[in-house]
Ligand binder design. Structure first.
Ligand code: SAM
Length: 245
């Protein structure tokens, strides 16, 4: 079972992850355990202060080192006590971009500590002494690290064995083989004059597989040529692309 520790000023936001859909079911099945810690409980003043003005001036507030360091250290200690070697991750726009490869790499850790920060960010000394890596969910800035932490956790949890009803469905998703997913159709056969492609009604599994692969290639070439450029084509893929020229 994966042990996940999250440090956040808004722990109640994580109900979005634990109480809905696949990530909720995976928790009920015992695939992961989530421990939420509010760094406010580690403050040492009567006002439970978690932030202060930045040295050097400028706008916004910075998260104080002491409550975060104490919260991270305790979270790590809980995991170490279970014999795990946890990875400590800060969600930050300055981090490495989150990718499918990164998700596959992180799903191998049995213990994760995620720091979801707020304000202008975190005192740099916490990052230097206690954080192993920073991850960004994209080149834009959100108000806090809670949604990025949930994005990362959702992506990891759906990769844990037993999380998805149909074991194959994660294998067919976008990015798994370096391509975007093919188009999907369900009933009815005709909707507002638009028909389901004939081949999908044929029952011919090999033709369906080839059509889907061809569609994946065409979609990837049109929408994400960078993905195609980074990946050599098999003989079959090259032929399927040539067939539509
Ligand atoms: N001053 C920071 C900067 O420009 O890089 C932005 C701080 S942001 C308002 C507050 C927090 O939200 C960040 O510390 C981080 O935890 C989280 N956050 C915002 N955008 C993010 C992103 N794209 N990926 C991961 N975390 C993000």
């Amino acid at each position: 079972m994966m042990q996940i520790e999250v440090i956040s000023l808004f722990p109640e936001m994580f109900a979005a992850l634990t109480e809905h859909g696949i990530t909720s079911r995976a928790k009920q099945r015992g695939l992961y355990q989530l421990q939420l810690t509010n760094p406010r409980q580690y403050t040492q003043d009567v006002h439970h202060t978690v932030d202060d003005r930045p040295y050097g001036g400028g706008p916004g507030m910075v998260m104080l080192a002491q409550p975060l360091a104490a919260a991270i250290s305790d979270a790590k200690a809980r995991l170490v006590a279970q014999g795990l070697s946890p990875r400590v991750i800060h969600l930050s726009p300055r981090g490495q971009p989150l990718t499918h490869e990164k998700v596959l790499q992180l799903k191998e850790y049995e213990g994760l500590v995620l720091l979801a920060s707020r304000y202008e960010g975190v005192d740099q000394r916490v990052l230097e002494s206690l954080v192993d890596e920073e991850i960004s969910i994209g080149d834009y800035v959100l108000s806090g690290g809670e949604l990025p932490a949930m994005v990362l956790l959702d992506a990891i949890i759906r990769q844990l064995p037993g999380a998805l009803g149909d074991e194959d469905s994660a294998q067919e998703d976008s990015f798994v083989n370096g391509l975007l997913d093919y188009p999907h159709y369900t009933r009815p056969e005709e909707f507002e004059g638009l028909k389901v492609p004939e081949v999908l009604l044929s029952g011919h599994h090999e033709k369906i597989r080839q059509w889907r692969l061809q569609q994946s290639l065409l979609l990837t070439r049109a929408k994400r040529p960078d993905l195609l450029a980074a990946r050599p084509l098999t003989k079959e893929e090259a032929r399927l692309l040539k067939d539509v020229e």
